[in-house]
Each structure stands twice: as structure tokens, then as C-alpha cells.
Design a protein around this ligand. Structure first.
Ligand code: MRU
Length: 369
């Protein structure tokens, strides 16, 4: 059976070799190709270089990295030291998306139930599969709870297209299937509700191209805009709601997401446009209260700002945009304070972006409760 590589972002290699394949997101939307991951070093590199990206997918890929690490550890003179080092390398791969640390903690707990390394590998593989399947369901449920928001706007507009603005890619490419922001959009589209998505191009890595590609695949009307256009569209009544994903949300509702999200939230606030954040609970960092002070913000290579890459008609090429000696600064994420967020859309429902709202949906997270 051939694998439809556009259906999921990560899967076991169909050749039965026990390796893992991912959709290579560096070449999308121009080339659709898979990359095979065979060891923990390749997993770390795939996360760092953004072959895979998006908070839930980073977590799931790291989980398979732990599986490889267990298999490799069994061949080492000191398997425990090897495994500890592998965990550390995975932990260091990207700093902002908390799903990475959530997945590693879950894997660590699961494999701690045995000291036998071949059993650890079996448990790690089964747990990685569970993380993948659970993410599909979490995202599906985000759609179930997010759909009524779109339906209400559609009804208020007598069926005219609901204009949704999004930033980065929080679609299925950042997850496994469905995606976070795209799940309500896909479910609305499937129900026959008119939606149109304004897709921020999202410099410097142009994740908007990924969003446009997957919306196109699903037949959802969309238009790509430059990152600076959102405010203008909002001022002219061309946006009904903003819907973005997140890489880490504090227990108080502060939201870290792709750099530029904060500016969209400010513009939305000024124009009285609702600003929603869709997230699975695996993206909530229950240990943090102050997003601005406590969420680690990734600084990536300045070359991602200085160069741009695109399709020249036959291949992907990079070209220099800036004077070659100019310095560039490349923070990957920013934090939108909870006060600018209209509501959080989770797999358990929609809540206010504050501790009370989140604990209403996740009472098991009450401290000392
Ligand atoms: O740098 P990236 O592409 O990994 O950043 C991704 C985002 O900021 C997404 O909005 C976020 O991870 C949510 S993915 C469902």
C-alpha cells in the first residue's frame, strides 16, 4: 500500500524498517517529499532545521526520537548515559514550543517502567504512536468547539463569507491531522459555511505558504497577504475574527506564538475584532504565570532574515535580500498578553484567557485542589 504523504505529517515507514517518515516542510509548497528519520541525531536535526515544525508536531517527532534513542542505547557500553544525553539533545532542539518538553516528560515516565532497553524501545514506540493518535483527536475536538464561533459570525452576516485572519501555520502541517486553527475552519467548510482566510505570509520562514497550501488542498478559499497588511484590512471591515495557534500558553492565558502575532492582537483590539487562540492542552505550560518574563523566545539565525528562498520554476533557490554586511535579528516568537485574547479554543471547550477560565476546563490542574 502506498502512503498518501499529504494526509499526515509523520508516519512509520511503510517498508517495515522501523524508521519514521515526515513531510519535509522546507520544500513545501513547491515540492512534496518525505524525509526518512532513522536515528535520534536525524530527529534533532529535523526539528532544528524545521523539516518538521509547529508545536504539536515537534512534540510527536521528539517522541519518536526517544524511541530511536532507546534502540541505540541498547548497543552502547553505558546505555543509561547515552539515553540521558539523547534526552538532553532533544530538549535543546527548540526552546519555545512546550509540546516538546511535554512529550519528552511523558516519554521519560513511560520508559521508566522497565530497566530493559529493548522493552524501553517497545514502550517508547507505542507511546509515540499514542501521542500521534491523541493529537489527531485533540485537534478534531478543537474544531468541534471552534465551529460554533464561526457559525455565529456566519449567521450574523447572513451567510456572507466569514473573514478569518491567521498568522504562521497552525494548520495540520503543524500537527498531525486537522490542525488547531484549521480544524474549526475545515469543519465549517465541510458544513457548507462560507469562509475565507487571510493568510499572513509570515516572514522570515513563510509559514503562510504552508497554510495556503493546505487550505488549497482542502478547497478553502484564501488569500495570502504580506505581514503588514492585517491592520489595514481590519480598519476597513475586511476581517471578522483573528484565529491563531500557540507554541506555549501560560496558566494565566498569555500566548507565545510566531513573531508578529502580538501586532495582530493589538490591531484586532483597536478595531474591536475578536482574537481567538486555538490550542490543545499539550501546549499549556501550567508552571508559568507571566508569559512575557518566563517563556523562552527562540532566536534563530540572522540569515533567515537576510536571505529569502523560493521556487525559481525548477528548483528552490536562496537569494540575499539585505546589504550583505547589515546585521539582522531573528526572534522566532512573541508573547500576546492574555488581556488581548478574546478566548482560548481547546479540546474541552472555549474559555476566557485567564487562570479561572482554563481551570474551569481543566480542574485537575488546580494547585492543591
Ligand atoms: O517556528 P514554527 O513554524 O514551528 O512556529 C509554529 C507556530 O508558531 C504555530 O503557530 C504553533 O506552533 C501552533 S501549530 C498548531
Amino acid at each position: 500500500m502506498t502512503q498518501d504523504i499529504t494526509r499526515r505529517t509523520i508516519w512509520m515507514h511503510p517498508d517495515g524498517s522501523g524508521t519514521v517518515q515526515v513531510l519535509d516542510q522546507r520544500s513545501l509548497p513547491h515540492e512534496i517529499k518525505a524525509q526518512t528519520l532513522t536515528n535520534v541525531t536525524e530527529v534533532v536535526a529535523a526539528i532544528q532545521s524545521m523539516v518538521v515544525r509547529g508545536a504539536p508536531l515537534i512534540g510527536a517527532t521528539a517522541a519518536y526520537g526517544v524511541y530511536f534513542a532507546c534502540t541505540e542505547a541498547a548497543q552502547q557500553a553505558d546505555p543509561t548515559a547515552y539515553l540521558l544525553d539523547a534526552f538532553e539533545r532533544l530538549r535543546q532542539s527548540r526552546p519555545t514550543a512546550v509540546n516538546l518538553f511535554w512529550a519528552l516528560a511523558r516519554m521519560q515516565e513511560a520508559i521508566a517502567t522497565t530497566s530493559d532497553f529493548s522493552q524501553k524501545a517497545d514502550i517508547a514506540l507505542a507511546t509515540a504512536h499514542q501521542i500521534v493518535e491523541e493529537d489527531v483527536e485533540l485537534c478534531r475536538m478543537i474544531g468541534v468547539y471552534g465551529l460554533p464561533i464561526i457559525e455565529q459570525i456566519s449567521a450574523a452576516k447572513n451567510g456572507a463569507p466569514v473573514q478569518i485572519l491567521t498568522h504562521c501555520n497552525a494548520g495540520r502541517l503543524g500537527c498531525i491531522e486537522w490542525g488547531t486553527i484549521s480544524s474549526p475552519i475545515y469543519q465549517a467548510h465541510q458544513k457548507g459555511i462560507n469562509v475565507h482566510v487571510w493568510v499572513d505570509e509570515t516572514r522570515p520562514r513563510n509559514q503562510g505558504g504552508l497554510t495556503a497550501w493546505e487550505l488549497g488542498q482542502a478547497g478553502v478559499p484564501h488569500t495570502v497577504i504580506v505581514d503588514n497588511a492585517g491592520g489595514h484590512l481590519m480598519q476597513h471591515g475586511m476581517v471578522d475574527m483573528v484565529l491563531v495557534g500557540t507554541d506555549r500558553t501560560t496558566r494565566t492565558g498569555d500566548v507565545a506564538n510566531k513573531i508578529g502575532t502580538y501586532l495582530k492582537a493589538l490591531a484586532a483590539f483597536d478595531n474591536h475584532i475578536p482574537f481567538y487562540v486555538a490550542l490543545p492542552s499539550t501546549t499549556i505550560d501550567w508552571n508559568l504565570r507571566d508569559g512575557l518574563q518566563e517563556i523562552p523566545i527562540e532566536a534563530r539565525s540572522p540569515d533567515e532574515v537576510r536571505y529569502i528562498s523560493g521556487w525559481d520554476g525548477s528548483q528552490i533557490r536562496q537569494v540575499l535580500l539585505t546589504p550583505k554586511d547589515s546585521a539582522a535579528l531573528n526572534y522566532g516568537f512573541d508573547v500576546t498578553p492574555a488581556r488581548l485574547v478574546t478566548a482560548l479554543v481547546t479540546e474541552r471547550g472555549v474559555c476566557a484567557a485567564n487562570e479561572e477560565g482554563l481551570l474551569g476546563l481543566f480542574p485537575e490542574r488546580k494547585i492543591g485542589g
